[in-house]
Design a protein around this ligand. Structure first.
Ligand code: NAP
Length: 288
């Protein structure tokens, strides 16, 4: 069992840290809004720290799951950041969805201080985190990864090293590119079916068993048909992710016309007040 810290007890981090504790690891938590850390400790035991630096001191592995690049820099590199408290030979695992650039920057800073860094964004959403069945896409060196993987598996069903630092974030970008096109296609299919006067639930039931089937159709088809979006992965987060994707594509020359278009469609959903709606709300702009 490992001595670990978890920084960022949001929708994802709160249950991920809970799984670490349930598997028997010694867990210290840090959350910017302290009340959430106190609540976590009252429910799960363990210890709450006042700063990321204090949380990181004396740990073998420090996990983080915060918002964007800047949030990540704040909890790692600042004077009270975790990197000031990490000992030699320890590991920092970042589960935030961020740029490949910040992953490489933190990897270099970690190497300089003598500890390991793994960028490890996740897929599977809130339900995946609650149920401990996330998919984790990792970048880093093989030795560091081999030590971190068994502990990461406390809240995952799949975890894989895909290359050097930044490769986890690049893989998560591919994940988001694939989701964007699929959700728009599903939204258009349901919209078309409604205009054609078909029973959408019956349509989805049959076509989900054929070549059109997808996780999105299986899990979001019915709720899209019902116009229910008050759950899941928020449009604001998706726009953050797509902006990272489109920034990377400008650098590597990839052509992403559908992704760029869907990003604009999400901007329209935000204008409709859908910032916190689930990403399946793309259908709402077709029906307004
Ligand atoms: P969330 O519920 O908004 O939680 C964000 C967490 O980060 C909170 O604990 C917040 O602290 C902390 N935080 C943010 N900025 C900070 C800063 N500057 N300094 C210190 N702490 C800071 O977000 P989430 O849904 O858990 O998502 C976290 C990450 O996972 C994001 O990168 C997101 O893209 C990714 N992700 C989310 C999902 C999903 O379905 N939600 C799925 C896959 C990946 P406070 O409590 O003080 O605000």
């Amino acid at each position: 069992m490992a001595k670990v810290a978890f920084l960022g007890l949001g929708v994802m981090g709160y249950p991920m840290a809970r799984h670490l504790k349930a598997k028997g690891h010694d867990v210290t938590v840090y959350n910017r809004t302290g009340a959430k850390a106190e609540k976590w400790v009252s429910e799960n035991g363990g210890r709450a720290a006042a700063t990321p630096r204090e949380a990181a001191e004396g740990q073998e592995i420090v996990f983080a799951c915060v918002g964007n690049d800047e949030d990540l820099r704040q909890v790692t590199l600042g004077p009270d950041g975790a990197f000031q408290g990490m000992g030699a030979g320890t590991i920092f695992v970042d589960h935030s969805t961020a740029s490949a650039e910040v992953a490489r920057e933190l990897d270099a800073a970690a190497k300089e201080k003598g500890f390991g860094f793994i960028d490890a964004p996740v897929s599977g959403g809130q339900a995946g985190a609650e149920n401990g069945v996330l998919t984790v896409m990792c970048g880093g060196d093989a030795q560091t990864y081999a030590r971190a993987e068994p502990v990461i598996m406390s809240f995952a069903r799949a975890c894989r090293l895909l290359g050097p630092a930044g490769s986890g974030q690049l893989t998560k970008m591919i994940n988001q590119i694939c989701i964007a096109g699929v959700v728009q296609g599903l939204a258009e299919g349901i919209h078309f079916g409604k205009k054609a006067g078909l029973d959408i639930e019956a349509v989805l039931d049959v076509i989900s068993k054929g070549a059109a089937g997808s996780w999105q159709m299986e899990n979001r088809g019915k709720t899209m048909n019902q116009g229910k979006f008050d759950f899941g992965f928020a449009v604001d987060w998706m726009r953050k992710d797509l902006s990272i994707v489109l920034g990377e594509a400008r650098k590597n020359g990839a052509s992403l016309p559908v992704t760029a278009l869907v990003d604009q469609f999400y901007a329209e959903v935000q204008k409709m007040g859908g910032n916190r709606w689930d990403t399946s709300s793309l259908i709402a702009r077709l029906e307004k």
